[in-house]
Every structure is written in C-alpha cells, then in structure tokens.
Design a protein. Sequence first.
Length: 583
Amino acid sequence: MADKIQKAYLYAKEAPSKEQFSRFQAFVHEKYGEDVVLEFRESEDFEGGFALRCGAEAYDWSNAGLLKQFKAGITHISETRDKDDIIPLIRDSLKSWTPAAMAEEVGTVRTVGDGIVNVEGLRGVTYGEILLFDEGIRGMALDLRPDATGCILFDDDGAVRAGSHVSRTGKTAGIPAGECYLGRVVNALGVPVDGLGPIATNEYRAIESPAPGIIDRQPVNKPLETGILAIDSMFPIGRGQRELIIGDRQTGKTAIAVDTILNQKGKGVVCIYVAIGQKSSLVSRLVETLRKNDAMDYTVVVNAPASDTAALQYIAPYAGCALGEYFMNRGQDVLIVYDDLSKHAVAYRSISLLLERAPGREAYPGDVFYLHSRLLERSAHLSNEKGGGSMTALPIVETLEGDVSAYIPTNIISITDGQIFLESDLFLSGQRPAINVGLSVSRVGGDAQTKAMKKSAGSIRIDLAQYREMEVFTQFTTDMDEATKNQIRYGNGIMEMLKQPQSKPYSQHEEVILLVASQYTKFKKVPEKRLREYINGLLEYFDENERDLQIRIDSLGIVSPEDRDEITRNVDKYTEEFIGGGD
C-alpha cells in the first residue's frame, strides 16, 4: 500500500504568480486529496516553466520536459506509420499538439558511494532497468528491496548527491549493434574509445537475453580451427562450443585466444574480444597485434579496463555477448573471448558486498554460478530454421598455483564443454603453448574435426601421455633399453613439433603435414637439437613444391591415401636431404 502523501513541491526558476499557484494547488488537491500541502521551491534546473512533484510522481512542464513529451509523441508516430505518411502527420501534430499532465515515477537518492546508489520511491522499477540521475548520470537497478532499490552507476558518482532525483526510463540495459562495430574498440556501453569517431547504428540489443532453447540448436559438428597444432589435433573446438582456457598468471592464456582470432582471417568468422579488468597498455598492444595482422577488419574489442568501475566490468561480457548475438542471429559464425571471468567474478563480488548482499564461499554471493552460466549458455550453434549461425565462447580463467579446484574455476569448468589447461612448469621449460595434455579435454572431440585432421592426428595424444609418464621414471636412471630411448626420443620430437611461435597460427595443410610426418619413422632420425630447424624447413619445402596438395587439403578437408603417400614420399626425400646436409 502506497504511503500517504503529506506534501507536494512546485519547482521553478522564478516564483509563480498567485493565480498560477492556485491552479497548481487545485490540480494537486483534485489528484491527491485536500490534505496535501503544496510548497514552492526555487530551482535553476527547470527553466522556462514549472515542475511538480507529489511523492514518487513528478510532472515536468519546463522547456526540457515539454520537448521530451513532444519527442516521445513524434517517435511513436514514426514507429507506427509508413514512412510516406510521416511528414504530413508531424505537420498536423505540430499544429494540434498540447502538453499533457503526464506523471513520471521519480525516486530520491538515499545514499551514494563507491558507484552504488540506494534509491527510495521507485516502486514500479524492474530488475536491470536503466535509471537517470541528475546531471545525466546513468545507472541500472540491480537490487530490488521493499523499501529501496540498489543501483549501480555507469558514470562517475561525483555528481550524485543524497536527495537527488532519479527517474525511470522503462528500458533495460543494452548496447547498440551493427556491422559498423567491426574494427572498433568500444567500452562496455558501446561507446567508441579508439579515437576513430562515433559509430552510427539504429540497432539496439539488450545485454541480457534468454539463451537459445534446445529446439533452436543443432549439434556442434563444424570445426573452428585455432591454428594451434596442439589444440586442433587433440582438443578440437567446434562452432558453438564453450572451451575454457585456464591456467596461472603469465602462462599464455591470452596468446592462445589471440592466435585463434588471427587464424579466422578469410573464414567468415566475426571475432569479439572482451577485456575485463586488464591493463589498458596490454589491450593497446593486443589491438596493435590484431591491426598489424589485418585481423581488426573482422574483430570488435570491448574494453572494460582495471581503471573502469566495477559496474562497467560487470556488464562488459554481457555487452560483448549481445554484439555476438546480433551477428549469430543473422546466420554468421562468431568467436567471443572473455578475458577473463576471474576478474569479472571479483567485480560482481565487489558490487554484491556494497549492495549488502549476504556473502558465501570466498565472500562471493550465492548467485555467482548463475552469473556465468547465463552468459555462457548463450553460446550455441543455431538450427537451420534460425539461420544456422553460431557463437563459440573461449572464456579465460586465472588460477593460483595451478589450483583448478578453487571456487570460480570449478564453477566455470562445470559450465563449459572442456578446458585447455596451461601449466606453469611447461611454460617455464620453454614449451609454448604450455598445454597440459593430461588435464585438458574437449567434450566435443572428433566431431569438431575435419576428416583430414582426424585421420592425421592418429594416436598422438596417447603417445604423449605415455611419453610424459615414461619421462618421469627415466629421470632417476640412465640405464635404458633401446625401445625406451626411442620412445623418449619420439616424445621429445612431438613436444618440439607442438611448440609454436606466438601470432603464427598454422593452416590446416601445415598441421596435417606435420602430423603425418611425426608418425613416420624418418622423423625419429632427426637430431633433437635440429628438430626446430627441420620442422620449419619441411613446411617451406612443401610450400615450394606441393602447392596443389596443400590446396586440396584446405579446400576438401580430407587426406586421401594417395595424398598421404605423397606426403610421406616428400617427407622421406626432405629428411634424407636434411640429414645428409647436416654437420
């Protein structure tokens, strides 16, 4: 039940005449009862007219308020009528338009601090609704309580004071969307921050939207090639999959995501990179890398750096996802990287604690699982009836000393379709990318591989697992039989082959050639110290002499027995030349 209104306030730059005040008083008594007392307050905010406030309702008859009313009417006409009829209707509206006594629901700021505002009076506000504060400050309702509304601010809270007015917009938080976002760097609100000018688009998408239902999806069976041999051969990623990249700080997590973006050049995949809580300098270097490799032509970077408020870091991945859904719903394939969700969870924890929500494990709120599940579930491979588009997610999570059993990592592991685990010891030993074969997995598996990759990969993962196990035991002895020595030598060769320079993704034919070569006996004859030289030379040799074979593999995605024989013949020939030409 609404509280009984005791007083109403009339605001204006100059005091009204007695006649004007009497009319306002009569309006108040008719609408709210005879007991309500009208009081005048001088205000510079309402120029050229008056504003009336009664409890949670406000009427704005100032110049700005009347213009707002008229704009709303014109917008309604343009949305409901044909374009040919708009001009005459606007002309008629100008002649006949009169201001109406339209009440807006208005709240009052109770407390403000650390980007969090408590507002009273907004009884009809909805979760996620955008609110407008004085001085044009924007916020979003995030905590609905019987006596107040908790709100996060998107702008600086310096202009918001206790007692400030808050008005509803009736709109949920959203972001502009369109093809014109490709090649741009924007903040979490879709505002460009790259200095290349404004982005003009009429599209608008809510940052929160339901995930596609089961009927609207189809199986994940089309490969999204990363260009990283270790991943494409052992942990393939399909279009519409959610594959977690997890590991300690500075182990190459972002490098894998960036290389995957670089590998989408010319493949019709739209890439979105969402930076959450990262240093601005790191994001600048990443954008420069993408630009240098012509990858910004098909990429959007959403940046919510560490200097941004927790509110902007909180909405950033949802804003990036909304952009991805725009392209996915148009039948396109999308790759989205969330870097990283550990910092996203920390930002949400800060907001929740400031909103005085009950803390749970590690001080995170009880709904922190839902925070990421509702985000990652929006990645999908849509059915043909829905356009057949897809959105593939590569969330990144940072661990502490390799502890994958911590709260946030286990939450996200349970949501995703597999994980690529990067190990610090491997990274420090020079293995780049430092992928732990034992802890990494893709739950889609061979369904997301081309026939060429599936046939060429063979038993490489099992061979590596055996090598790692044997390597542990042989550390304590030098007395090994010849078979064990060959197994160790072969494993060292595979590990060397899986090393890859940063920003140099392999094409499919290069991966197939290396995988077939690794299973061939001649590969084992190469001295370990010259393996890197051998691998680079082998790829150059095929590039110069077997262009037709490479085109066939890339275009058809298969390796026929004849092609396999041709690869082995060329490997044999090059290896003999390489070993014979060695020291």
